[in-house]
Design a binder for this molecule. Structure first.
Ligand SMILES: [Zn+2]
Ligand SMILES: [Zn+2]
Length: 222
């Protein structure tokens, strides 16, 4: 499950965008709001207490490093990790900068999954709308089908690959708490940005608030 869920969610998102071609931005926004809230809840309820239990006094610093690292990644990806894509220009070749930064992001997210099984659900739900949004964006930008396929399959493989590396390399086991703290920083930044950007002009939106509450409740039950 740890490996399958994050892999499948991207492939399913890719397939949904290819086959159904979702037009309703509103539903995607709600799915994003839910995914952000669910991911943030899992982070604060499950991951955060665990790293602080380690009594490593510099753990807070590693969390800040994670936040900073994700901010830097977004210079290159322009926010693709939280479902933010823009531009109407045609994309003729593989968008390498976006590709590499998204892969690094997804790879790192896989690290804590082996020890925190709930996170597999969190990342799966977080990457599903991202895959739909990215595929739709690339289809509109007329990126060639092979490049799109390579892009989405690599993105899908990155999180399970991160889990595999962290589970099998002893060097990473030794620094597991520090790496988890960095991933917490990444997840903090990503999920709060998702929640923030899914609201337009800070207007009160009952549907969105309901999805956020639903995300919190679901995370607290699993
Ligand atoms: Zn953004
Ligand atoms: Zn992610």
């Amino acid at each position: 499950m740890n490996y399958i869920l994050p892999l499948l969610s991207v492939l399913i998102g890719y397939a949904i965008a290819l086959i159904i071609k979702p037009k309703k931005k509103k539903n995607l926004k709600l799915l994003l709001a839910f995914s952000g809230s669910f991911l943030l809840s899992l982070t604060v309820m499950d991951l955060l207490p665990k790293v602080y239990e380690s009594h490593n006094h510099s753990i807070g610093l590693f969390i800040m490093v994670g936040i900073l690292f994700q901010i830097i990644l977004e210079f290159f990806s322009k926010g693709a990790e939280h479902g933010h894509v823009h531009g109407h220009d045609k994309i003729n070749s593989m968008p390498w900068l976006l590709f590499v930064s998204l892969c690094i992001h997804a790879f790192l997210e896989g690290f804590p999954v082996g020890h925190h099984h709930d996170l597999a659900y969190g990342i799966a739900i977080h990457h599903l709308p991202i895959a739909i949004i990215l595929t739709t964006f690339f289809l509109n930008a007329e990126l060639n089908k092979t490049a799109l396929f390579v892009f989405m399959v690599s993105f899908a493989l990155m999180t399970p690959l991160g889990t595999l590396v962290s589970d099998s390399a002893p060097a990473f086991t030794q620094y597991f708490t520090e790496i988890t703290a960095i991933v917490i920083g990444i997840l903090f930044h990503i999920s709060s940005t998702i929640i923030f950007e899914s609201s337009e002009g800070h207007k009160f939106n009952i549907a969105k608030i309901s999805m956020i509450i639903f995300g919190i409740l679901l995370a607290s039950f699993i």
